[in-house]
Design a protein around this ligand. Structure first.
Ligand SMILES: [Zn+2]
Length: 635
């Protein structure tokens, strides 16, 4: 008998597996299971291979839980350590790295949020009286709590991206080429809207058959022809691995992250405090999971198929995995959730202490909370502070500067006195915002990647960062009185960024396509546009900063534009400003010599045309398309 997999250290309440290597015909192995763990399931007999897997739950903290295995041919003892929630939060180092990864490292959270900072009166007025989805109120607290999958189960984007479905192969991609799998309600798995409680099953788009064949949610790890236990190397079928549970679990993690924002919005819409309570249940559950991942970063998302295919999840001793690790979901998705969760927490913040039910609920779970302040500390320390450290560790790495945006928004929401440390990171450390424009953008204001969406992300996120920083400085004038964090929009290149987006529009309708920018070009009639990317929010920001009639022109001539909620200028004023800017301003030929784009232009009105050539080199999402040419004309 050989132990081929065992974990080393577990969190209380977590799932785990032990795998043994035995001759196939060996009869049932006898187990001696201590009270601190519970046996949930095991490989059914007759065994198909020499591998036998045993599934457990860690019930109680203990320095040593010994599980005995006895079979005809031998025996083995497996010892694991089980940490309580408080054990997990203890300060320790692993390979020289301070754990838990929670700001400030090696200290308790020094302060709490003291006021509502980012939910504006205009936003409250806008939402008030609008109906809210009441679905979350129908679920009891425990059901919401159970929506967060155990992070010991690896998450991944695809069941098997190359092979598709074990029954239908790559036919799954015929109707929908990306992410074709469905949830139990036969909607895309990526709508994050599966039935709750979860079925832990997904549906093939071809014949609507269900995978895996076991019901993990009911403690069934093994049954049927397509079993996937979630952490034993996926469903092995005809020599290929299908990670059903990995894609399902990832989708459920996203679904859990959507609960608090929807409940917070429900509260602003209706004023019903039950939404506050449900949001707090969801935030507290996330706090527990983030606290776990603060000390057990080896169980973060990690964006690697290898985590799914391996026999058993990474042991603690393999960690810590920090860079680009994400948390419950992919690192790229983290900043968006940071913003949404920050906004949700801020929205309900004034009503948190009135919810005494959450105190009873968390006490029932064994957490030491007695007051509303304790609840806030529980969430801020275990969720927000772990997330902020994650941002500073590069664990929320995303398309830049989205990670900076996520951190800045969360810093603006928390408004801590020691938030200067977040600002130091944002300006001069990993966030590098002090030099981002001059060092990363081209001299003509072009971002550094392919045209359209990828470059657009670099433009879209700038304005919100600039505005969050301004607000952070305004909230604490006494802390930020030394000019250490100058207004980023004062960069001489800032205006160019919005110029480039506008200057590259050809025939009022398109822009030169470079690198990863949608599918191959096809002729279609395009609507009018006034900028390549950045969105009307970006140009509202640019107008607020510069008051330039050019940017008013961009807004006024964008079909369907209406001033957004927080934009302080009425449409009439923007139209007046836009009239100062000639409609023919962009009809002449143009070179943008930073990005390297030549646009030869001619014609008038619908007969405008442009022959363009790309002669520069962007640095991301590019193709082998140097000296690529295109003709834009309206037929
Ligand atoms: Zn199928």
């Amino acid at each position: 008998m050989k132990v081929t997999y065992q974990p080393d250290i577990l969190g209380e309440g977590r799932l785990f597996m032990v795998a043994l290597e035995l001759p196939k015909e060996t009869p049932a192995v006898k187990l001696a299971v201590p009270g601190s763990v519970q046996l949930l399931d095991r490989t059914p007999l007759p065994a198909k291979t020499t591998l036998r897997k045993y599934y457990f739950k860690a019930l109680k903290p203990t320095p040593k839980a010994e599980i005995g295995f006895v079979a005809a041919g031998g025996s083995a003892t497996v010892a694991v350590e089980i940490w309580s929630f408080d054990d997990l939060r203890e300060y320790r180092t692993l390979k020289g790295t301070q754990l838990p990864r929670r700001w400030p490292l090696g200290e308790a959270l020094p302060e709490l949020k003291k006021s509502q900072t980012i939910t504006t009166e205009a936003y409250k007025r806008y939402l008030k009286g609008r109906g809210a989805a009441s679905n979350w109120l129908k679920l009891d607290d425990e059901t919401i709590w159970q929506m967060q999958p155990d992070s010991t189960i690896p998450r991944w984007h695809w069941v098997n991206v190359k092979e598709g479905c074990p029954t239908h192969g790559t036919k799954v991609y015929e109707a929908r080429s990306f992410y074709p799998w469905l949830n139990d309600r036969r909607k895309s798995l990526r709508t994050w809207a599966a039935s709750v409680p979860y079925s832990w099953q997904m549906v093939c788009p071809v014949e609507k058959e269900v995978y895996p064949s076991n019901r993990l949610g009911d403690g069934d790890f093994t049954s049927g022809p397509f079993p996937d236990d979630g952490f034993g190397g996926a469903c092995l079928y005809k020599g290929k691995r299908y990670g059903f549970i990995a894609e399902i679990s990832q989708s459920y993690c996203h679904q859990m992250l959507s609960v608090a924002p929807q409940c917070a919005s429900g509260y602003l819409r209706t004023g019903d405090p039950r939404y506050v309570h449900k949001a707090l249940v969801a935030l507290s559950r996330l706090a527990v999971e983030y606290a776990y991942l603060g000390t057990m970063p080896q169980h973060r998302h990690r964006n690697s198929r290898r985590q799914v295919d391996r026999l058993g999840p990474a042991p603690f001793s393999e960690g810590p995995a920090l860079k680009r690790s994400g948390f419950t979901v992919y690192c790229i998705d983290q900043p968006g959730y940071q913003r949404r969760i920050a906004e949700a927490y801020d929205a309900i913040w004034p009503a948190i202490d009135a919810d005494t039910e959450i105190i009873a609920f968390l006490k029932g779970k064994g957490f030491q909370v007695e007051t509303g302040e304790d609840v806030r500390r529980f969430i801020e320390e275990n969720l927000m502070a772990v997330w902020m450290q994650g941002a500073m560790d590069g664990s929320t790495a995303s398309n830049e500067p989205y990670s900076q945006w996520g951190l800045a928004r969360m810093a603006e929401m928390l408004n801590y006195e020691r938030g200067t440390e977040f600002m130091d990171w944002l300006y001069d450390r990993g966030g590098k915002m002090r030099t981002f424009l001059p060092n990363d953008f081209f001299r003509d204001g072009a971002p550094y990647e392919s045209s359209g969406g990828y470059n657009g992300m670099h433009v879209v996120a700038l304005g919100p960062i600039v505005e969050s920083v301004q607000h952070i400085l305004e909230l604490r004038p006494e802390t930020y009185n030394d000019g250490r964090f100058p207004d980023l929009s004062r960069s001489r290149r800032y205006h160019n960024v919005f110029d480039f987006s506008m200057n590259t529009v050809n025939i009022d309708r398109v822009y030169p396509r470079v690198g990863d920018d949608g599918a191959h070009p096809r002729y279609s009639k395009r609507g009018r546009r006034t900028f390549q990317n950045g969105g009307t929010a970006g140009f509202e920001h640019a107008y607020r900063v510069f008051g330039d009639p050019k940017f008013a022109w961009a807004l006024a001539n964008t079909p369907g534009w209406k001033p957004s909620l927080e934009f302080p200028f009425p449409r009439e004023e923007i139209e007046l400003q836009a009239a100062e800017w000639e409609d023919s301003w962009n009809d002449d030929s143009r070179l943008t010599d930073g990005y390297g784009m030549a646009m030869l232009r001619g014609g008038e009105g619908d007969r405008k045309r442009s022959l363009w050539m790309m002669y520069g080199r962007a640095r991301g999402h590019t193709h082998d398309d140097m000296l690529h040419m295109g003709l834009d004309a309206f037929q």
